[in-house]
Design a protein around this ligand. Structure first.
Ligand code: ZN
Length: 411
């Protein structure tokens, strides 16, 4: 109990175990841990998270977790902290300790690594993305260990490096090497403490147009790659974007597409023989990355078919992936719904638009949801902040989900 945590007598339907665990969450300790973590500048690039990982490991070890640090890159360690019996279900908590650079310092009103508190908010780079989730997971784990509730399964807290650079040395490495295999995985990212059953897929597509160079004064001698690319972009916007927008899902925003990079030309008086664009395609369930590339290719080919001297190449920039979605009937989803019900938070089931480390776990067939405090629109911007209220709510919610999945108690 305190300024932000509700009086437990006011929380309806709490079991004895739930009450015991929630009683072990101290709000001053949660705030202090979060501020200390934000004050560690674990910026990626370069992605050195050694201090941040050690900061998370120390209290867990002290509380009785067995901890292991694994890495494929010395400066990018990943924490695996286990508590509870090996037999029985394994619940994983995953979030990332690396943060994006601060950008222009002058755009910040607050010290990016000061963790200053103002009006119930903590400010700083990573305050939301993703150190609020990390904090809530670690503090929920500490409460579970300290409260002494007998566990029928194991909690594994996995705080990782490298998410902001693709996750390949972080969650991808940890999940693919199977250092542990969770039966349920909760990935902490900013969902406003709502339940996201999965995340959209992606099909990162590159279109390359080649033509023929010529003197800018004699354009008829060349084949202008930029002008050809313009035809392709117009065709995509006219013939493809509307089709993409009709592909919807009950839990996700509609399928989407956007041309996000353009490259071409070498000099103002030279007809360009090269132009390239990057199409950022985000997929809803049912869309296959390979099919999507073919759709884009067909439109691109058609758009420049009548232009002499122009060729087009369409391909994936790196391997895409389908959207992921855990069934609503999963015990994991039910546990999270139960937690949010008790805390008076939303029990609506949604999907996450951005890519997260959750995709690595989900693609291993592990039921995975995304749940965490914060607003995704505040991620990566100046004066990023987290509400202390939502930080504490997430701590309570993670703890309640762990009790539901790792203890035996009839309500
Ligand atoms: Zn994040």
């Amino acid at each position: 109990m305190g300024k932000w945590i509700p009086d437990l007598d006011d929380v309806a339907g709490l079991s004895a175990n739930e009450r015991l665990v929630l009683d072990c969450i101290d709000e001053d300790a949660v705030i202090a841990f979060h501020r200390g973590l934000v004050q560690i500048p674990s910026v990626n690039p370069p992605g050195d998270v050694r201090e941040a990982i050690h900061y998370c490991e120390a209290p867990l070890k002290l509380a009785g977790f067995s901890t292991e640090v694994v890495s494929t890159d010395e400066i990018m360690p990943n924490l695996i902290a286990r508590f509870g019996p090996e037999r029985g279900p394994v619940l994983g908590f995953n979030a990332h300790v690396d943060v994006v650079p601060i950008g222009e310092r002058s755009a910040w009103r607050h010290d990016p690594f000061g963790a200053e508190i103002e009006d119930g908010k903590i400010y700083g780079r990573g305050a939301g993305d993703d150190k609020a989730s990390v904090t809530a997971q670690v503090m929920a784990g500490l409460a579970l260990a300290k409260c002494g509730v007998p566990l029928t399964g194991q909690l594994v807290i996995n705080e990782v490096a490298d998410e902001e650079a693709g996750g390949f040395k972080g969650a991808a490495f940890v999940s693919e090497r199977e250092f542990f295999t969770p039966d349920f995985m909760i990935v902490g990212e900013q969902t406003f403490n709502g339940i996201a059953l999965g995340e959209k897929g992606a099909s990162p597509t590159r279109i390359t147009v080649r033509g023929r160079t010529a003197h800018g004064a004699l354009p008829w001698e060349g084949a202008n790659a930029i002008e050809a690319m313009a035809e392709i972009i117009v065709a995509l916007r006219r013939d493809y974007w509307p089709v993409v927008a009709t592909r919807t899902s009950p839990i996700f925003h509609p399928s989407s597409a956007s041309v996000n990079l353009f490259e071409g030309g070498i000099k103002s008086n030279v007809v360009p023989d090269f132009a390239q664009i990057y199409v950022d395609r985000r997929l809803v369930p049912g869309e296959q990355p390979a099919e999507v590339v073919k759709e884009i290719e067909a439109i691109a080919m058609e758009a420049v078919a009548a232009l002499p001297g122009i060729t087009v190449e369409v391909g994936e920039v790196y391997p895409g992936g389908e959207a992921t979605s855990t069934p609503a009937e999963s015990p994991l989803v039910k546990a999270m719904i139960g937690a949010n019900q008790r805390l008076g938070l939303s029990t609506e089931l949604g999907g996450f638009s951005m890519a997260t480390d959750g995709r690595f776990w989900a693609r291993q067939g592990i039921p995975t949801i995304i749940y965490g405090p914060g607003d995704p629109k505040l991620a990566h911007v100046p004066d990023e902040w987290i509400g202390i209220d939502e930080l504490l709510q997430a701590t309570l919610a993670y703890a309640l989900a762990a009790v539901a999945l790792l203890t035996q108690e009839s309500r």
